[in-house]
Design a binder for this molecule. Structure first.
Ligand code: PEP
Ligand code: MN
Length: 337
């Protein structure tokens, strides 16, 4: 249930409504816009449905949302959310490109990649220090040492940091270094982790699970929002289908669909979505054309030696060409790079 207030509603009106709703044993979430305030009611809708909410001072209309996600629903904000990650805005006119290696491997290699992607126009450095690997024998990441390397590159280049957190016990540590906390595809339904990052102040990049429907994806976002963190960025990174010619099937339908269903920004990961470096540029252009707010792309100076995901990593010079090609596409859809 959503209560849309009149532009002239006073603080007293808002307080009065909140008090009444809380007395019914329901939770409220307030979205304070420039022009008007919207109050979301979370809990059993039937309890409020019988209340004459429209009669309360300051109320313009009351809308019932039948979607299982309420705070993530487009109606809750009535407009797109723009998320601030240490000064960078995600979800606005500018397309935000995040780039870097799959795994943080060593300081010098990361610094070279960081400097290169920054020069090409990336705003955020990606790199996993905690890696979710299918095999327990594969490289698991450098842990805190890797986070320190990311921080060094940030200091040198000004790039912001997005890095994965896999475990509730590591959220505090990762939040100390990261500007954006990444929740990976394999953890999209790790509800304890979602609750924990929901308590963080920093933005969360939530990746779609490999077999998750759009509804399940938005319900996972709802976990983060309902714990108080509205700074959630969604990432389409490909789903598993019958097609095995590519690593995953990049579901670009999800981009305009989620933009319609939710106010949250949506970015696309064409690296994991295809698994092939030579498909990354084309799918990046397609993602921007479909309305994505940004991209997260794997780049490595020597893909053949990468500890993980070398086959889908772009060389810096190929990334540079791709960035140049994205400009006109962004412009064609009213965005800028
Ligand atoms: C990654 O970004 O390196 C990663 C492991 O992604 P995903 O969770 O989408 O597989
Ligand atoms: Mn990877």
């Amino acid at each position: 249930m959503i209560i849309v207030l009149r532009p002239e509603a006073t603080k007293k009106d808002i307080g009065h409504i909140i008090e009444k709703v809380k007395k019914l044993g329901l939770k409220v979430m307030v979205s304070q816009g420039v022009e008007r305030t919207i109050i979301g009611i979370i809990g059993e809708e039937d309890i409020v449905r019988v209340q004459p909410l429209e009669a309360y001072p300051g109320v313009e209309k009351v809308m019932s949302i039948l979607k299982p996600y309420k705070l993530a629903a487009r109606e809750f904000k009535g407009r797109a959310s723009v998320i601030d990650a240490d000064g960078i805005k995600i979800g606005g006119k500018k397309i935000v490109v995040m780039a870097g290696p799959c795994s943080v491997e060593d300081q010098d290699g990361l610094m070279s990649i960081g400097k290169a992607v920054k020069k090409s126009g990336a705003l955020v450095l990606r790199g996993g220090a905690f890696k979710p690997r299918s095999s327990p024998y594969a490289f698991q990441g450098l842990g805190e040492e890797g986070l320190k390397y990311l921080m060094e590159v940030k200091k040198k280049t000004g790039l912001k940091i997005v890095t994965e957190v896999m475990d509730t016990r590591e959220v505090e540590l990762v939040e100390r270094y990261a500007d954006i906390l990444q929740v990976g595809a394999r953890n999209m339904q790790n509800f304890n982790l979602l609750k924990e990052v929901g308590l963080c102040k920093k933005p969360v990049l939530l990746k779609r699970g490999i077999s998750a429907t759009v509804k399940e994806f938005l319900m996972s976002a709802e976990y983060i929002l309902s714990n108080g963190n509205f700074n959630c960025i969604l990432c389409e990174r490909g789903i598993r289908t019958f097609e095995d010619a590519t690593r995953f099937t990049l579901d670009l339908n999800a981009v305009p669909l989620i933009k319609k269903l939710s106010h949250l920004p949506v970015i696309v990961d064409p690296s994991h979505g295809t698994g092939k470096w030579d498909l990354v540029s084309a799918m990046s252009r397609a993602a921007i054309a479909a309305g994505a707010d940004g991209l997260i792309v794997e780049v490595h100076c020597s893909p053949e030696d990468a500890f993980s995901d070398g086959a889908q990593s772009l060389l810096p010079k190929k990334f540079d060409v791709m960035m140049k090609e994205l400009g006109p596409v962004a412009k064609a859809v009213g965005r800028e790079l």
